[in-house]
Design a protein around this ligand. Structure first.
Ligand code: OOG
Ligand code: NI
Length: 484
């Protein structure tokens, strides 16, 4: 093993460079993405200037503007397995299992992302990664799909060599890291020439457009890169006024409900593709895959709050469907926010960070306030002989400690399905046989899928332990205790 020395590039540096290189590539491939980034940066800048406190919580404009997630769709378990190794070089690990068969899509997914607080703070690059579920296809289609996938290798030979080197050394020297970024980027590139014939593509498309997107191309082209925005409704309106064709609603919780994430996207581009013909010539065609998306990230919530959220969103979706069918697109666009807001106002019990924290519905990071930052009313507290969480609450009540929301770093299955669906080709069919299959996913992955709730809980618990230790140090006589 290479000993961690100054000649080994830290994983976060590789991740940041890779994410930036991907963004540059995508900007060149999809000019609309570049336009979107400009709008987002301008609006984020204005918001940070108006709210100086935000900058401390989120980092400066450059840090916020660097934040993004992407998405890819893979064909085989082997592809997923190697991809997991590529992401691990950048300290990105699979978090969460998303069952998209519930939405009639033949894929299941995870999100590769950093998991530690320090790693997230450096660069929280995430890639939503889906795997084709051949087990949901009719046998004949399955055989054809598998045969097509067997003909491709989505990784360059040089990347495979670099991965072997990384396994041996446990790290990369600077020139190896540069080569890795360059070679790994190849996997995410768009190819204008398909791998399969046009009739084959059309057959796959009729089964499902994701199936065609996965099995008919040389690689899992990155299909969007999403910047984080600080006011999603403003960006959504700006996109509409520029004539960018957005989906009709902002997905996720209503405006003003500071949980999870809100997302909106512009529709997939219909792009020129060349299909190989019988006679060595190519045949023209079109393919819809790449789209644009923006997102607003808020507080991570507990399983209990998540259950309420899922129930309310299901209710919203039922009513929204009826509204869309009865009233048509224009009215739907106008009335959806009101409908979403009404159902959440009636059913979601906490609309501020403080309420989320007090009701135990959100995850928070606790820290001791420096004495000069404490309000004049702050008083020394006798910390009760109580569980650590209650001790931390008592310190916040007394004005000695501060709690900040832990940002939600993951995705929403329901909204992911909405985002997927809004970008399917209109000829796409839907898949039957709705059932998750986490075991085939985990087996292909070759490593466990981490549970997002446990990660947020551990993060909160660790901050409580540090808070109590720091407070005990400050006033040994209060008896603050860091039992867990
Ligand atoms: C991924 C869609 C999911 C999100 O932000 O929810 C996603 C895909 O279309 O491949 O990226
Ligand atoms: Ni996305």
């Amino acid at each position: 093993m290479r000993s961690p020395s100054s000649s080994t590039v830290p994983p976060h540096a590789i991740r940041s460079e890779f994410s930036a290189a991907m963004s540059d590539m995508y900007r060149r491939e999809v000019p609309l993405y570049g336009q979107l980034l400009d709008i987002v940066r301008k609006i984020n800048d204005e918001i940070l200037q108006q709210n100086p406190g935000l900058e401390i919580e989120l980092g400066d404009l450059d840090r916020v503007s660097q934040e993004r997630h992407g998405a890819i769709r893979l064909g085989t378990g082997d592809e997923l397995n190697t991809m997991a190794e590529v992401f691990a070089v950048m300290a990105m690990y699979p978090v969460g299992y998303y069952d998209l068969s519930a939405a009639g899509l033949p894929v299941h997914s995870t999100a590769f992302r950093p998991v530690d607080r320090e790693e997230l703070a450096r660069n929280p690059f995430r890639v939503f990664t889906s795997l084709l579920r051949t087990d949901l296809l009719e046998p004949e289609i399955r055989d054809e799909a598998e045969a097509a996938l067997a003909r491709r290798d989505i990784f360059t030979p040089a990347l495979r060599e670099l991965l072997a080197l990384h396994r041996k050394q446990g790290g990369f020297a600077p020139e190896e890291a540069d080569a890795f970024i360059c070679e790994a980027l190849e996997t995410f590139r768009w190819h204008t020439t398909a791998l399969t014939s046009r009739p084959f593509y059309e057959r796959m498309l009729r089964v499902n457009s994701l199936l065609a997107d996965i099995v008919c191309f040389r690689g899992p082209h990155i299909n969007h890169l999403t910047p984080r925005v600080l006011d999603i409704h403003r960006v959504h309106r700006t996109m509409e006024s520029m004539g960018i064709e957005t989906i009709p609603e902002v997905q996720g919780p209503p405006a003003g409900c500071p949980i999870l994430l809100q997302q909106t996207s512009f529709k997939a581009l219909n792009e020129e593709i060349h299909f190989p013909g019988d006679d060595g010539q190519t045949v023209g065609g079109k393919h819809r895959a790449r789209f644009g998306e923006i997102e607003l990230r808020e507080c991570a919530i507990t399983p209990e709050a998540r259950e309420i959220y899922d129930r309310l969103i299901a209710e919203v979706n039922r009513e929204a469907k009826t509204l869309q069918q009865k009233a048509g697109e224009k009215t739907y666009r106008r009335e959806y926010p009101g409908l979403l807001n009404r159902i959440f106002r009636e059913g979601f019990p906490a609309w501020t960070h403080e309420a989320l924290r007090k009701q135990g519905l959100g995850y928070f990071h606790y820290h001791l306030l420096a004495p000069e930052k404490r309000p004049s009313t702050a008083r020394p507290v006798e910390v009760p002989d109580a569980p650590p969480g209650e001790q931390a609450d008592a310190l916040v009540e007394a004005g000695v400690a501060h709690a900040t929301p832990i940002t939600y770093e993951d995705f929403l299955p329901v909204s992911a399905a909405g985002i997927f669906k809004s970008n399917l080709d209109e000829q796409s069919g839907s898949i039957d046989g709705k059932a998750p299959n986490q075991s085939i996913f985990a087996e292909a992955l070759g490593r466990p899928v981490l549970d997002p709730f446990s990660l947020y809980r551990e993060e909160e618990d660790a901050s409580v332990r540090r808070l109590l230790a720091a407070y005990r140090n400050e006033c040994p006589e209060t008896g603050a205790d860091s039992r867990s």
